[in-house]
Design a protein around this ligand. Structure first.
Ligand SMILES: [Zn+2]
Ligand SMILES: [Zn+2]
Length: 268
């Protein structure tokens, strides 16, 4: 049952306890950081459990506005493009060299060979592979429990193996497209979700590359097909017009539509 969401900025307040799940937009810039946003990163919280969904380049800085970096309980990586995973390299430095000593390992869910990808990005395995610092767990399509969340993943349509996420807690559901071109899997992932957080990277034009990204109109269409209660459009590429993205998404989805904004908090 949809309860409706509220947008807020800044740190949580006691009212948050009335809601089952909180989403904070940490970074929503598509493909590369923009002047006002890091690349993809979302903080999802329920029952005091803090799960970071993607940790793209530039995101580790603003993440600290919302939680301490030692308060992350789990990380989920949708795919291994730099704008979704690269700040794991910096995050390992924080956890390894913390003044209180190395912090304990936390689970990191990602596609196959996430650790190899991150080790290469960090400059090789010396002095130590990230496997010694995080508890890497390989995603496959299906449903797993992460803290208080029931997390269902499906393959999206993108040049590298990419997982979309359906995250449920306390009777509410958030769906996240990650990066994807058109795919029926997205409509299933977001079926009757309270909120679909959906990428829209391409402008509405002819000759777009296939199997890569969505337009805002397509994001709206998938929200409608899924019966989602609300659409937040994200992965906003800095050179696209925000007004046009909003208009295109709203033209295809009759429900509430908004664009992701860094620092915005949604309570579901
Ligand atoms: Zn991306
Ligand atoms: Zn990508």
């Amino acid at each position: 049952m949809r309860r409706g969401s509220i947008w807020k900025r800044g740190r949580p307040d006691p009212l948050v306890a009335l809601y089952a799940m909180d989403l904070t937009i940490v970074g929503c810039s598509g493909s590369f950081p923009g002047p006002d946003s890091a690349s993809s990163c979302y903080l999802v919280e329920a029952d005091g459990y803090r799960m970071v969904l993607d940790l793209g380049n530039g995101a580790l800085g603003p993440l600290q506005r919302y939680i301490g970096l030692d308060q992350v309980d789990a990380v989920c990586i949708s795919h291994l493009h730099a704008d979704h995973c690269l700040d794991m390299c910096s995050y390992q430095v924080f956890r390894t060299y913390h003044p209180d000593g190395p912090l304990p390992s936390i689970p990191v869910f990602g596609p196959p060979d996430t650790v190899g990808r991150l080790d290469r990005a960090a400059g090789g395995e010396a002095p130590e592979s990230m496997a010694a610092k995080f508890d890497f767990r390989t995603l496959t399509p299906g449903t797993i429990e992460i803290g208080p969340f029931s997390v269902t993943t499906r393959h999206m349509n993108h040049p590298v193996e990419t997982f979309g996420f359906r995250i449920s807690a306390g009777g509410t559901t958030l769906a996240y497209s990650a990066d994807t071109g058109p795919t029926g899997e997205l409509a299933e992932l977001a079926r009757d979700a309270d909120l679909l957080l959906c990428e829209a990277s391409f402008p509405e034009t002819d000759g777009l590359p296939p199997n890569l990204h969505l337009t805002a109109r397509q994001a709206g269409e998938y929200a409608g097909r899924a019966g989602a209660g609300e659409l937040i459009v994200t992965h906003l590429v800095p050179w696209n017009s925000r007004d046009q993205v909003t208009a295109d998404a709203a033209s295809a989805f009759p429900g509430p539509v908004s664009l992701a904004v860094p620092g915005a908090r949604v309570s579901l």
